[in-house]
Design a protein around this ligand. Structure first.
Ligand code: CO
Length: 193
C-alpha cells in the first residue's frame, strides 16, 4: 500500500458506498493509519491509497501513540453545513503544497464505524476542515478544485512539476495505464460495494 499523488486517476474516482466490512478491510484501514503517520498526515482517504472504498480516516494529532484519537468514517454523509472560514490546507497527494481553502466552518456528519455503528459527528475547527477535505476525496474532488483562481495560479508550477513526475513514473512502468487502473478499481468495487 502506498499513497498516490496528483494526477493519479484514482484520485478522481467517485467511490460507491461500502456494503461489507470484513477482516481484510480492517487490516487495510490499519495499514492506512500506519501510512498516514509515516507521512505526518492527519487524514487519509481510501482513494489516496488506490482503493475505491467510501471511507476515510482521521487522527488530528498525527501521532500513532494517540490511538484514542483515531477515527474511521465509513460511508460518510455531510448532512448540515454552517458558516464559512478560510485556512491553509495541505494534502498527502500534493506533497509540500499548502493553499488557502474556504470551507463551511461547522458540519454535521453521519458515518458508520468499523464495527458497524452509525455515529453522528458535530464538527468544527480543524476536525471539520479535515473531514470535509477527506469526504471530498471520496467524490474525486481535490483541494485544487476548491481554490480561488489566484491561489490556483500561485501553485501552477508546483502542479506542473507533479504532473511531469507522474508522467516520468508512468513512462518507467511504475504506474499502470488508465484502463488498467479502472479495471482494477471496478474489480475491487464489485467485491465490496
Ligand atoms: Co487530501
Amino acid at each position: 500500500m502506498q499513497i498516490v499523488k496528483y494526477p493519479h486517476p484514482t484520485l478522481r474516482h467517485r467511490s460507491k458506498p461500502l456494503r461489507r466490512v470484513d477482516g481484510e478491510l480492517k487490516r487495510m484501514v490499519r495499514q492506512m493509519f500506519e501510512l498516514m503517520y509515516e507521512h505526518q498526515g492527519i487524514g487519509l482517504a481510501a482513494n489516496q491509497v488506490d482503493l475505491p472504498y467510501r471511507l476515510f480516516i482521521i487522527n488530528l494529532t498525527a501521532d500513532s501513540a494517540a490511538a484514542d484519537e483515531e477515527h474511521v468514517f465509513i460511508n460518510p454523509v455531510i448532512v448540515r453545513r454552517q458558516g464559512v472560514v478560510e485556512a491553509r490546507e495541505g494534502c498527502l497527494s500534493f506533497p509540500e503544497i499548502y493553499v488557502p481553502v474556504r470551507r463551511p466552518e461547522r458540519i454535521l456528519l453521519n458515518a458508520f464505524t468499523l464495527d458497524g455503528r452509525e455515529v453522528s459527528y458535530r464538527l468544527e475547527g480543524l476536525f471539520a476542515r479535515a473531514a470535509q477535505h477527506e469526504a471530498d476525496h471520496l467524490d474525486g474532488v481535490l483541494l485544487i478544485d476548491r481554490l480561488s483562481p489566484t491561489a490556483l495560479m500561485a501553485i501552477r508550477e508546483d502542479l506542473q512539476a507533479l504532473e511531469s513526475q507522474f508522467r516520468r513514473e508512468r513512462d518507467r512502468g511504475f504506474i499502470p495505464e488508465d484502463r488498467q487502473i479502472a479495471a482494477r478499481l471496478a474489480e475491487l468495487e464489485g467485491a465490496r460495494t
